[in-house]
Ligand binder design. Sequence first.
Ligand SMILES: Nc1ncnc2c1ncn2[C@@H]1O[C@H](COP(=O)(O)OP(=O)(O)OP(=O)(O)O)[C@@H](O)[C@H]1O
Ligand SMILES: [Mg+2]
Length: 366
Amino acid sequence: MRIDSLQLFQFRNYKDVTIQFNPEIIVLHGTNGAGKTNILESIYVGTIGKSHRTNDTSDMLMFNAEEAGIVVKFEKKDTPQKVNIKLFRQGPKDIRLNDTKISQKELIGTLNTVIFCPEDLQLIKGTPSGRRRFLDMEISQTSATYYHQLMQYNRLLQQRNAILKEYRGKQNIPLEEWDLQLADMASFIVKKRLESLKKINLLIDLMNRKLTGGLENLTIGYEQPYMDNGSLEYTKEGFYERIKAALPQDRHRMTTSVGPHRDDLRFFSDAMDLKKFGSQGQQRTAVLSLKLSELEFIKSEVGEYPVLLLDDVLSELDESRRANLLQFIHKRIQTFITTTDIHDFKDLKSVQFISCEGGKVQYGQP
Ligand SMILES: Nc1ncnc2c1ncn2[C@@H]1O[C@H](COP(=O)(O)OP(=O)(O)OP(=O)(O)O)[C@@H](O)[C@H]1O
Ligand SMILES: [Mg+2]
């Protein structure tokens, strides 16, 4: 997978630019606030139809503009493709693949990218929702059906919670139909997550051994807080029984307490829980291994490596981890790197330098 060019129109601080990229490493440099992350963000929008840093589409429109445009031209298995996205302050997005209108759901999985930003370093310590989002987005990029089911599940969940509120304090809530459907989708989602996690676990351990010289055994566990003794629930019938059993509690709290929206991932180095006991450095290495395994996972599912977007993250890694990462991507993975300091990249070969400043870009080093 490689991106050939990007055209931005009224996107953040870019009024109208077209940028051509080389197939290997692209270093986007410039001062703070220059617009480096904006470029990665626009590529990410081309991947899943929304931003990695805002849920509000209008944030991405240039101040005072009514619409914005992103055109990404890329090659997937050597076939040229074009994703064209128009964002509006009011009204839905217009997404086109090779000039044919498609839905956001159909877009996902077309252009594959992996983004790694400083916030990801918090993945292990951070909230369960961050870890779920990570896993869901990784699987969605390789399975449109998964994304579709996930969206439907979330919609159903919202409706169920609304019913719980509506029938507050009343008996006989008509939930049977919802719960059967919810159980069916919960089962699909959890099965797919477990199946993917099995593959990711093989890959992450491999990557971690490369990074640490084979000292520790890194694994990711799947957890359901509504199950005891570390057992897992993944059948439709099992979910239905659990959802039913939790109804008194759900009525009281007016929210749904059983299902994949509550599940979590836990990282272990050998038997040690990294969230609780891991050092900062161990957590960083684990996240880096996770990102590298994400590249391999997508490759194994899609048949080629995704494009890698590294937002400011190299400066957060120490010398040896950085060298390991660069060695891994070398000549394999088209990689976009943002930095305020090009010093670290001066010696790298096959690098394209692009400077960003005030909504303009220039090729070359300053
Ligand atoms: N909707 C918008 N319209 C116009 N300009 C915007 C909009 N949103 C953000 N900006 C501008 O974009 C700039 C931020 O861009 P970006 O986050 O890409 O910076 P950066 O180069 O990654 O900086 P850093 O090195 O600090 O991470 C800011 O100057 C901000 O004013
Ligand atoms: Mg930035």
